[in-house]
Design a protein around this ligand. Structure first.
Ligand code: PMV
Length: 329
């Protein structure tokens, strides 16, 4: 099969019900299922070219050559694609994010989703969405949720075949906005990849995992019924449960900064005062404030007034990963 070039774009996603810890670390089979929303307007744009006379894969991220562990992670995904396609050439990968890296927006999800789609197509494969999602999962768990569009559920499953993500509602299903309060632009002290390995050291992880199914059901139903108050409560609870696990592992991980707590407390106060908004925090200090789009400007204005908030980005529900024709040349 002839190998070639392909380019794909993919959005990051924000999880309402979080993935934290794996049942199988090698294949990234998660301890629990998760539910997320893709973030429109934020993109990884990735071109893969096979068939060049390269001795090893080369990866450029925002124009800078990537080496070491990050390159090995991308090469491992390219190896899986090559094995599926029967392609042997090394690849030249060029990837750009239209959002600054280090803003705490997970570029690994959008980056690996775009890489999976571009690489598989460049290798001559035409994979179904579920297969793309499984492949993306092997590089970064949350990347499997950036393959389908809109509101997405990743069923934990128990092996490679059963662990993949699918859309539960398209982007236009619910006009929500994620207002991202950027609090720090420095890199995380502990990556999520390292953090997942520590999840089982917390005595709270078993309780979090065993109760996840009920939160998944509440969250799924809240999305399908567009019930903001139910979504708000389960999203904050799930974020707090994940951070409780992070804080109580060995070593404990504290991702929050003082301004993180100020934003979380403010959002709860605003909600008590009648403004529909809720928070969720990933493996970093920034706070994602989810609200109906009709309230987004209001929320952004309030966030901008809080001490320690550097900037506020906003995103509506985003599309699935897709191929594009502009090949970055
Ligand atoms: O996919 P990873 O390894 O970057 O892990 C993502 C972990 C969280 O962002 C904290 C939670 C989630 O479900 O996205």
């Amino acid at each position: 099969m002839p190998a070639g070039t392909a380019t794909a774009i993919s959005c990051p996603n924000i999880a309402f019900i979080k993935y934290w810890g794996n049942r199988d670390n090698a294949r990234r089979i998660p301890a629990n299922g998760s539910i997320s929303m893709n973030l429109a307007g934020l993109y990884s744009h990735t071109q893969v070219a096979f068939g060049l006379t390269l001795e090893k894969d080369r990866l450029f991220l925002d124009g800078e050559a990537v080496t070491g562990a990050a390159l090995r992670r991308a090469s491992a995904l390219l190896d899986r694609v090559r094995a599926l396609a029967g392609v042997h050439e090394r690849a030249l990968v060029r990837s750009y994010n239209n959002f600054p890296t280090g803003t705490g927006i997970a570029s690994s999800a959008s980056g690996f989703a775009a890489l999976t789609l571009a690489a598989s197509r460049a290798a001559g494969l035409d994979l179904a969405e579920a297969e793309l999602s499984r492949l993306a999962r092997t590089a970064s768990g949350s990347a499997c949720r950036s393959i389908p569009g809109g509101f997405v559920e990743w069923r934990a499953g128990y092996d490679h075949a059963s662990s993949y993500a699918f859309s539960i509602a398209p982007p236009e299903h619910w006009e929500l906005t994620d207002c991202i309060a950027v609090i720090s632009q420095s890199h995380k002290p502990t990556t999520s990849q390292e953090g997942h390995l520590l999840a089982d050291t917390s005595p709270l992880q078993a309780a979090r995992v065993s109760s996840a199914e009920s939160r998944l059901r509440i969250c799924r139903n809240a999305i399908l019924a567009r019930d903001f108050e139910a979504l708000a409560q389960v999203t904050e609870l799930d974020s707090n449960l994940m951070h409780a696990v992070m804080l109580t592992g060995s070593p404990g991980l504290m991702y929050w900064l003082p301004a993180t707590i100020l934003v979380m407390r403010s959002v709860q106060g605003w909600r008590r005062g009648g403004l529909p908004a809720c928070f969720t925090v990933d493996a970093g200090p920034n706070v994602h404030v989810i609200c109906p789009t009709s309230e987004a400007q209001h929320v952004i204005d309030r966030l901008n007034q809080l001490d320690g908030v550097i900037q506020v980005l906003s995103a509506a529900p985003g599309e699935q990963a897709r191929l594009v024709t502009n090949n970055l040349d």
